[in-house]
Design a binder for this molecule. Sequence first.
Ligand SMILES: Cc1cc2nc3c(=O)[nH]c(=O)nc-3n(C[C@H](O)[C@H](O)[C@H](O)COP(=O)(O)OP(=O)(O)OC[C@H]3O[C@@H](n4cnc5c(N)ncnc54)[C@H](O)[C@@H]3O)c2cc1C
Length: 387
Amino acid sequence: MTIENISKQIKAPVTIVGAGMGGLVLARVLYLQGVPVTIYEAEASTAARTQGGKLDIHERDGQIALEIAELTNEFKAIIQEGGEASRVVDKEGNILLDDPDDGTHGRPEVLRGDLRNILLASLPEGTIQWDKKLTNIQTLRDGQHELTFADGSTVTTNVLVGADGAFSKVRPLLSEATPEYTGVASVETYLYDVDEKHTDAANIVGDGAMYALSPGKGFQAHREPNNIIHTYVSLKRSKAWFDEIDFENPETAIAQVAAEFEGWPKELTALINDSETAPVLRKVYALPIGHRWKHVPGVTLIGDAAHLMPPAGEGANLAMFDGAKLGQAIADNLDNIEEAIAEYEAPMFPRSEIAAANADEFLDVLLGEHAPFELAETLREALDGNE
Ligand SMILES: Cc1cc2nc3c(=O)[nH]c(=O)nc-3n(C[C@H](O)[C@H](O)[C@H](O)COP(=O)(O)OP(=O)(O)OC[C@H]3O[C@@H](n4cnc5c(N)ncnc54)[C@H](O)[C@@H]3O)c2cc1C
């Protein structure tokens, strides 16, 4: 089918809300198929927010999505060598498991910012409308929706995709579910020039990911390029407990969080005490496991908007996979958008239900009563399975 033919059948561009991993992959796949597409993104520009953190990109979903998006070569060029190493440590600093990166794990790591740059560069100028925060949606006739943005502008669409993350504005069109606090939050910190300035922390973290855990608390640290350690200090505590901490005052916030790790060795507590950035609180929310909805004409969700789950290394992979699969379904059903949405949603619901159950279980493995031994055992079993 030629691009001219496609343009005749799609009356208006496919409208995506949100330029995260899911929305960008969807836009890229539609663009490759010649389907008109526009993303409306709340952030003011590509540079509005630093895109910290590493993502491991899995063979079963993230890598397939990038292949469908014809970006495999670009992805291979940004892989961080050595990033797949992992280490599990107890609260005395004893190493329980030390798995070097031997290149056999099938989940190469990349920096989130690098991956996003590849996706942004793969879209033609003007595909993303920046500084367009969706504030209201009105359902019109025949599966059409009118979107209103914070700047007062409006747009009408007959294909609306909510790729707008955890607190999606599009989701209420389809479902009454709202994300619930999981009882866990992480405090994000960074150490710089670690080989020179933080050698003890650098030694315990090693070349990849390091988990230092005990029931209800722990450090998840990653060695990143340019001599950086990026840490999530996780605690199982109520929302009210975290709300008591004044994160506007970095020194007292660090002291209050660090107090939870009294008696832990200094190479571990350095990950909070010596933070060179103000600590950032990230409460972990999740949608109900198995979240789904009845088909609503002209609208669907991808990524966290559809199936927010605790971080277990899968969310960005799933968002990209959703985007690629929905893009293919739309391209295959250009004259029947409802069929395209149904074709995408049918396998997405069970796929994300399984992933959400696994993520929930992983959170328990990380911080449950058998931490850190259960994680060491789980990783060892996975390693044995790889051999
Ligand atoms: C601490 C932490 C660590 C994680 N680590 C990993 C990991 O290692 N591996 C992994 O695979 N996943 C990881 N995840 C999960 C992953 O980050 C998410 O699952 C993934 O980013 C979801 O992508 P998305 O495109 O659905 O949504 P998002 O990335 O959240 O993108 C949504 C976009 O929509 C925009 N938006 C929101 N509201 C509006 C609005 N009203 N109007 C317009 N635009 C709007 C936002 O600005 C944003 O750009 C982690 C998550 C957290 C919190």
